[in-house]
Design a protein around this ligand. Structure first.
Ligand code: FAD
Length: 621
């Protein structure tokens, strides 16, 4: 049957990419359909119920700055919040929240159900309607034909999904959900490069069977961090404790003894797993000299006894899982509620995508999330938002949009994927961004909200809150710049109590704030009224303290922008460049980038190597 309505955007899949894609398109005024297997699993976290962390919180905050749902749902569902790297510089600080799985899901569903221009339909998409080189719709497993100007596929780990526990395996999209086989076969008929990846999850444990007296407690931060720019602590549900325990030599012996029945080590699994989130058998095998690995024991929610033992993801046979869990301190009598497993799935080479995440071969067809070779909810959400926005832009006959690497982690993510592709599940790290000091989690709104407003992604409420904040930052900067402290006054004495030497002359408050010994809370009240909004104070402080570094990064961006326009001749001889390592020479020789900017993005090419190339290019004239 032909569905009677035609949509601007059809999104397949209601995971993290699909929900942000459909919300973004609908916010921009596109009539949008979200077609998903099961409405009950909208926003489901397949693995660890946690959002954020290093590199990932930056993406969450960028999605938030562009009006997305992930940060809001985290504030509504988060049961423990921490800032990681709190003692390090602001570039690498990252908010992480443990979430109540059910609260998070219901927050996402409620945001979806309130969104204008968005309709939801529960059924599997089995086929695409393609006319010439253009997608024009989707067919469901019941034969319903939905027509749409654009289609965004966000099928996650479901395409050709195969679940492994020991040497047993069966088809599945994740535990308890069917795989997507028909759609996977249809996509394999199209001219995309397809490969297999794998990921895994640990067994879950009943808290009533754990001896917590043996575990180390880990509480969240006080005051509690907040994820969304529009969020507040008052939205958070009850906060809870997490725990830490460790594997030991006995655990490792049990794992070694089970490797012959491991699907990974017996060659049953061919897909490559996530390097930075390896299974426990991988860790024990690869780091054989380590006699212990840390396990974070995290509650799955406020109304369940299930615990997530973060660090022992495994696809070993169930009897080995039981033995290894029982060998861990505090888990001696633990009852496993769900076995751990690995899943293998199809992903599509992201080098077949444009920066808008539209596929190069089929117009109007976009891919976002795990299907592009990434891993993680945050990476999926960010791509979903971008793909959904671009699908809406195409339907509205407007130009595509993609942020640059110096504007957003989203820009870094997409540029990495489409330029270099990936051979293993790609996750975000701050180290992937060359302009870390500019791309902080605290300033994602200042970087992106204005752009989001122009695109139509940002609501009036968010825009008003943002412009007020931006004006307040400017006002406070001006006040600090214009407020002077004179030597031998009570204000000078207050500042001097934290300084190694007395003030020799008059200083304005901004100068004082640049001193490493003084914080905003020391300087701002010396004269006049400090701001009460801690987020405004934070921006004023960071911009003062890091002004020199930030200016240097801006200069570098300008300089590198010129790299985009610096061609490398096709006959350029890399062996002539003195100082380049032979590895870099070989990689550049293999890739033969056509501009210096592209050369700089070839994996393994360091900023120092780029400088050497530039010198050589200048020598050649
Ligand atoms: P998903 O969240 O998988 O959502 C896909 C959605 O599409 C689902 O709602 C599904 O029902 C729907 N769907 C699929 N096909 C169709 C169709 N044909 N028609 C209609 N609907 C369809 N990430 C980490 O960062 N670390 C980890 O350790 C980790 N471990 C994982 C372990 C397991 C077992 C699994 C399954 C995933 C794991 N992940 C991990 C990955 C994480 O779950 C994903 O990165 C993230 O969920 C991807 O989001 P997504 O929106 O792309 O896909």
């Amino acid at each position: 049957m032909d569905f009677p309505k035609q949509y601007d955007v059809i999104v397949i899949g209601g995971g993290h990419a699909g929900t942000e894609a459909s919300l973004a398109a609908a916010r921009m005024g596109a009539s949008t359909l979200l077609l998903t297997h099961n409405i009950e699993t909208l926003g489901q976290m397949s693995c660890n119920p946690a959002i954020g962390g290093i590199g990932k919180s930056h993406l969450v905050k960028e999605v938030d700055a562009l009006g997305g749902a992930m940060a809001e749902a985290t504030d509504l569902g988060g049961i423990q919040f921490r800032v990681l790297n709190a003692r390090k510089g602001p570039a690498v600080r990252a908010t992480r929240a443990q979430a109540d799985r059910a609260l998070y899901r219901s927050a996402i569903r409620s945001i979806l159900e309130r969104q204008q221009n968005l309709e939801i339909f529960q059924q599997a998409a089995d086929d695409l309607i393609v006319e010439g080189e253009r997608v024009v719709g989707v067919v469901t497993n019941a034969g319903i034909r939905f027509r749409g100007k654009t289609v965004v596929i966000t099928a996650g780990t479901f395409l050709g999904g195969r679940i492994h526990i020991g040497l047993d395996s069966h088809s599945g999209g994740r535990a308890g959900d069917p795989p997507s086989i028909a759609l996977a076969e249809r996509l394999r008929e199209l001219p995309f490069r397809v490969e297999r990846l794998k990921t895994g999850t640990p067994p879950r444990i009943d808290a009533r069977s754990v001896d917590f007296s043996e575990l180390e407690e880990q509480w969240g931060d006080t005051p509690t961090p907040v994820m969304s720019y529009l969020g507040s602590r008052e939205q958070h549900p009850r906060q809870v404790c997490c725990w830490i325990t460790h594997t030991n030599n006995r655990t490792h012996e049990i794992i070694q003894g089970g490797l012959d029945r491991s699907p990974m080590y017996s060659g049953v699994i061919e897909g490559v797993g996530p390097r930075y989130c390896p299974s426990i058998e991988d860790k024990v095998h690869r780091f054989a000299d380590k006699d212990s690995h840390q396990i974070f024991v995290e509650p799955e929610g406020l109304t369940t006894n299930e615990l997530y033992p973060n660090g022992i993801s495994t696809s070993l046979p169930f009897d080995v899982q039981v033995a290894l869990v029982h060998s861990i301190r505090g888990f001696e009598n633990a009852h496993i509620t769900r076995p751990g497993y690995a899943i293998e799935y199809d992903f599509f080479d992201p080098r077949d995508l444009l920066p808008s995440l539209e596929t190069k071969f089929i117009q109007g067809l976009y891919f976002a999330g795990q299907i592009n070779g990434t891993t993680g909810y945050e990476e999926a959400a960010a791509q979903g938002l971008l793909a959904g926005a671009n699908a809406a832009l195409r339907a509205q006959e407007r130009d595509a949009w993609s942020p640059r690497r110096d504007q957003a982690y989203l820009g870094v993510l997409v540029d990495d994927l489409i330029t270099t592709g990936t051979k293993e599940p790609y996750r975000m790290f701050t180290s992937r961004a060359e302009y870390r000091l500019l791309l902080r989690e605290d300033n994602a709104d200042l970087r992106l909200t204005e752009q989001g407003r122009e695109l139509g992604l940002v609501s009036d409420e968010r825009w008003h809150a943002f412009t007020e904040k931006r004006e307040a930052i400017e006002r406070e900067r001006q006040r600090l710049q214009e407020t002077w402290i004179h030597p031998n006054t009570p204000q000078a004495a207050a500042a001097e109590s934290k300084l190694p030497q007395p003030l020799a002359r008059e200083y304005n408050l901004m100068d004082l704030l640049r001193r490493p010994e003084l914080r905003y809370s020391d300087v701002a009240p010396l004269k006049g009224e400090p701001v009460s909004d801690e987020r405004v104070a934070e921006q004023v402080e960071i911009s003062a303290k890091y002004a020199g570094y930030i200016d240097r990064q801006r200069d570098e961006i300008e300089r590198l922008r010129a790299y985009e326009d610096t061609p490398i001749p096709a006959d350029f001889d890399y062996s002539e460049v003195s100082g380049l390592s032979s590895e870099v020479k070989q990689k550049l020789g293999d890739t033969r980038p056509d501009t210096l900017a592209r050369a700089s993005r070839v994996p393994g090419v360091t900023p120092a190597a780029v400088s050497l190339l530039l010198i050589q290019l200048k020598k050649r004239g």
